[in-house]
Design a binder for this molecule. Structure first.
Ligand code: G6P
Length: 368
């Protein structure tokens, strides 16, 4: 990998556009695309036997882990305990020694994540590391290393590392489901086929949504607060969208589970606070739309990020709709990450902030 910006204004933009290529490289490590099968996850961690999985990470890596929790629980029927590493390490979590633990870290050097790893190790758990830097401390202290193969990430706000973490977690969840007998051959092949098509779809999305995103970002750059909502795996994505926006544009943003809207954030809704709704046409779509009706009824401005089916089914009066291709549930978080990243990026560019080096933030946090 060349460490330069190529034709891009910022490393962050370059890294967003690199995603189709690096994700396809990452997937190639976990999947056999000829037979549409996942490769066995690990000979150290036996997903068939572990009673539960603990996941710990910080920042964007934590939000990737949260998507992973939904996948491991749904597809592999494997219970997942997950927390941000700074809490995980001190909560005195009772852990079964037969369990396994996964630590997700781009740098492999985050102090709290490393401390959580050591806590699990002391309790006898098998340790897996989902890392970008294979020669890192977290990788070295783990029993199994699952590289995300994203290549060097320079922008402080994580983009390609996030989607590569998701791709690896998806492959691991399918492998765990196979090992535990909760995913059959046909389902495995269908899911792997969807993963195989994903890089090309990502390229298509990246080539088509820029004009729409730019005009929307110009409006967002005038806002003081933005609310992101989502259900299921779109909930962690809503939090990631809010995190990205606040990190680089300094606009206050919050990510909420769509169903929690009426338990608080609805009090903030007015015409000045846009609500960005991440809603692929999945089994939650109708519920999320009815939550949005409550936003519309209070004069809130809705930006709907959905797919073609969702756009056709929605009766919402939205300020803007971003329409993505229809995709399988397992790939939706990766595809829906693209508009979320680009919205934050272009908003920050309009604000004139230092996108690659946002104030007060560090790429790697090696102190507690
Ligand atoms: C910092 C970075 C984030 C990153 C987090 C965890 O906050 O700015 O982009 O998600 O640390 O870092 P790690 O290297 O452990 O993934």
């Amino acid at each position: 990998y060349m460490i330069d910006k190529g034709n891009h204004r910022h490393f962050m933009e370059k890294e967003i556009y690199e995603q189709p290529e690096v994700i396809s490289h990452a997937l190639g490590h976990y999947v056999n695309f000829i037979e549409n099968r996942v490769l066995p996850a690990s000979d150290v961690i036996d997903f068939a036997k572990v009673p539960s999985l603990a996941i710990s990470a910080c920042g964007t890596a934590y939000l990737a882990g949260l998507v992973g929790k939904y996948w491991f629980e749904r597809y592999a029927r494997l219970p997942v305990e997950i927390d941000v590493a700074s809490e995980f390490r001190y909560r005195e979590i009772p852990l079964a020694p037969q369990a396994a633990a996964l630590f997700i870290s781009q740098s492999g050097e985050t102090a709290d994540t490393l401390a959580s790893l050591r806590y699990c190790k002391e309790h006898g758990l098998k340790i897996g590391a989902v890392v970008n830097t294979r020669e890192s401390t977290i990788a070295r202290e783990s029993d199994a290393v699952f590289p995300i193969l994203a290549g060097p990430e320079i922008g402080v706000a994580s983009t390609k590392a996030f989607t590569c973490q998701l791709a690896v977690l998806a492959a691991l969840a399918i492998a765990a489901g196979k090992a535990r007998g909760t995913i059959g051959d046909a389902q495995e092949q269908a899911m792997v086929r969807s993963l195989a098509e994903m890089p090309r779809l990502m390229g298509r999305v990246l080539n088509s949504i820029q004009p729409k995103i730019e005009s929307l970002s110009r409006e967002l750059s005038k806002c003081r607060d933005v609310l992101y909502l989502g259900r299921g795996t779109s909930f962690p994505l809503a939090m990631e969208g809010a995190l990205k926006l606040k990190e680089i544009s300094y606009i206050h943003a919050e990510g909420y589970a769509a169903g929690e809207l009426k338990h608080g954030p609805i009090a903030l809704i007015d015409e000045n606070m846009p609500v960005i709704v991440i809603a692929p046409h999945d089994r939650f779509f109708d519920k999320t739309v009815s939550n949005m009706q409550e936003v519309a009824a209070r004069g809130g401005r809705i930006i709907l990020i959905t797919d073609e089916k969702g756009a056709a089914a929605s009766t919402l009066d939205t300020m803007h709709t971003i329409v993505l291709p229809n995709v399988d549930e397992i790939v939706a978080p990766m595809i829906f990450s693209l508009p979320v990243q680009l919205l934050a990026y272009h908003t920050a560019v309009f604000m004139g902030t230092d996108v690659d080096q946002p104030r007060n933030l560090a790429k790697s946090v090696t102190v507690e």
